[in-house]
Design a protein around this ligand. Structure first.
Ligand SMILES: NC(=O)c1ccc[n+]([C@@H]2O[C@H](COP(=O)([O-])OP(=O)(O)OC[C@H]3O[C@@H](n4cnc5c(N)ncnc54)[C@H](O)[C@@H]3O)[C@@H](O)[C@H]2O)c1
Ligand SMILES: O=C(O)C(=O)C[C@@H](O)[C@H](O)[C@H](O)COP(=O)(O)O
Ligand SMILES: [Zn+2]
Length: 367
C-alpha cells in the first residue's frame, strides 16, 4: 500500500469507469495502478523518441515490480508520426512481443503517443487495454482522458480513429520539468479552452498566472490539472460518443486543426487551438453571438500566454480543411462559439456561413 499523496478524479463513462491519478512521483506508481485496474500478464510501454530516454526505465521498473513481463515500443517523436504507417509498426511490435488480448498497452508520452498507442490498443486483437501515462501538460489536462484515439490522414487531423477509454490515467506532474517552455506554453491552449467552455474562474486564474510561468508551484499545478480533468470528465461522461455536448471540447479546433495541418505540423496543437479560439470569438462577436468584451477577454488570456491571436492562412485553405473535418454533416458544419466566458454553444452553420465566420474572424485581429 503506497502512502504517496495524489489527487484522484473518478471517471464513469457508459463504456468504462476508471480513475485519473494526478500527483508528484507518480511514475513509480504506474505498475501498481495498472495492475489494480487492467490486470494482464504483459505490459507494453509505447513511447516516443524524446520521452522514452527520460522516463521509460522508471515506468518499466514499476511495471516489472508489479509482476508484469514488460516490452518497450518506441517511435520517432512528433505529430508527423501520428499516421497509419507508424501505427502499423506499433501493431507489428505488439504482436512480436506476444501481447495478448488480456494484456495492456501503456501509453507513455504526450498527446501524439496517447492517441496512437490508444488506437493501437483499440485495434490490436480487436481491442486490448490501454493505460494512459501522460507526460506533456496537454496530455495531462486533455488527451489522456475521454477515450478519443486517432491518427491523421493527408486530408486532415484525427480522421482515422476509435473510442477506447483507458483503464487508468497516471499523471506525474514532475515529468513537466523536462518539457521545454515552448511546449508548456503550447499545452496551455487547451487549458484556456476549458476555461472558456466551462469555468470562468479557471480562465481568470490562468489569465493572471499562466501555468507555463517559471516556478509555478507543483501543488498548485496538481490542483489545476485535476480541475481540467474534472471539466473534461463532466463533458465526456454526459456524451461519450460526441453526439452533442462533447462537441464543445472542439472550441477553437475547426480553424485550429486547419492551421495545424496547413503548417505541416510545424505549429503545435495547443498553439493552433489558441489562434482558432481567438478567430472564432472575433467572428462570434461580429455576428452578435457574444459581446466584444468576451472576444477581447479570450484574446487577452491567449496573449498572456504568448500564444498567437490570429492566422494569416489563406481562407480557401482554412475552408478546405474545415470542410473535411468530422464536424461536417452534409452541407453544414457544427461550430462552437462562446456565449460568454464559461459558456459556449454549438451552432449548425451552412458552408456559406462558415466562410463568413472565417472571413470575419481570421486575419482581422485588431491588436
Ligand atoms: N485524444 C484527445 O482527446 C486529444 C486532445 C487534445 C489533443 N490531442 C492530440 O494530442 C496531440 C498533441 O499533444 P502534445 O502537445 O502532447 O504533443 P506530443 O505528444 O507531440 O508532445 C509534444 C513534444 O513534447 C515531447 N514531450 C512530451 N512529454 C515530454 C516531457 N515530459 N519532457 C520532454 N519532452 C516531452 C514529445 O516527445 C514531443 O516532442 C495532437 O496530436 C492532438 O491532436 C488529442
Ligand atoms: O476529447 C474531445 O472530444 C476533444 O475534442 C478534445 C480536443 O482537444 C482534441 O483535440 C480532440 O482530439 C479533437 O477531436 P476531433 O475528433 O475533433 O479531431
Ligand atoms: Zn485539442
Amino acid at each position: 500500500m503506497s502512502t504517496r499523496k495524489d489527487t484522484v478524479v473518478p471517471v464513469r463513462t457508459p463504456s468504462r469507469s476508471y480513475e485519473v491519478h494526478v500527483g508528484r512521483g507518480m511514475l513509480d506508481e504506474v505498475g501498481r495502478l495498472v495492475r489494480e485496474s487492467a490486470g494482464g500478464e504483459v505490459a507494453a510501454v509505447v513511447t516516443d523518441s524524446n520521452v522514452g530516454p527520460l522516463y521509460a526505465e522508471r515506468a518499466l521498473s514499476s511495471l516489472a515490480a508489479a509482476g508484469y513481463r514488460t516490452a518497450l515500443v518506441s517511435f520517432p517523436a512528433g505529430e508527423r508520426s501520428k499516421r497509419l504507417s507508424t501505427l502499423g509498426d506499433v501493431l507489428e511490435s505488439l504482436a512480436e512481443e506476444g501481447l495478448g488480448r488480456d494484456d495492456v498497452v501503456v501509453a507513455l508520452g504526450g498527446g501524439v503517443c496517447g492517441d496512437m498507442a490508444g488506437l493501437a490498443a483499440a485495434l490490436y486483437q480487436r481491442g486490448c487495454k490501454v493505460a494512459q501515462v501522460p507526460t506533456s501538460l496537454l496530455a495531462m489536462v486533455d488527451s489522456s482522458v475521454g477515450g478519443k484515439t486517432a491518427v491523421d490522414l493527408e486530408a486532415g487531423k484525427n480522421l482515422a480513429g476509435a473510442f477506447l477509454q483507458p483503464s487508468v490515467v497516471v499523471a506525474d506532474v514532475d515529468c513537466l520539468d523536462t518539457l521545454s517552455p515552448e511546449l508548456l506554453r503550447d499545452s496551455c491552449g487547451e487549458v484556456i479552452k476549458h476555461g472558456v467552455i466551462a469555468d470562468e474562474s479557471l480562465f481568470e486564474e490562468v489569465g493572471r498566472r499562466p501555468l507555463s510561468s517559471a516556478g509555478y508551484p507543483k501543488d498548485e499545478l496538481v490542483r489545476v490539472v485535476a480541475r481540467n480533468v474534472e471539466i473534461k470528465r463532466d463533458v465526456v461522461v454526459a456524451d461519450e460518443r460526441e453526439h452533442g455536448l462533447r462537441q464543445t471540447l472542439n472550441f477553437g479546433h475547426t480553424i485550429g486543426h486547419a492551421i495545424e495541418a496547413a503548417s505541416e505540423f510545424r505549429l503545435g496543437h495547443g498553439t493552433c487551438v489558441a489562434a482558432g479560439m481567438c478567430c472564432m470569438s472575433r467572428a462570434a462577436a461580429a455576428k452578435g453571438w457574444c459581446s466584444q468584451q468576451t472576444a477581447r477577454a479570450v484574446e487577452r488570456v491567449v496573449a498572456a500566454h504568448g500564444l498567437p491571436l490570429d492566422t494569416d492562412l489563406d481562407h480557401d485553405l482554412i475552408m478546405h480543411f474545415a470542410t473535411h473535418d468530422k464536424k461536417r454533416h452534409g452541407d453544414s458544419v457544427n461550430v462552437v462559439v462562446p456565449r460568454r466566458i464559461g459558456s459556449v454553444e454549438i451552432r449548425k452553420t451552412s458552408l456559406g456561413e462558415l466562410r463568413e465566420l472565417v472571413d470575419l474572424g481570421c486575419g482581422t485581429c485588431p491588436l
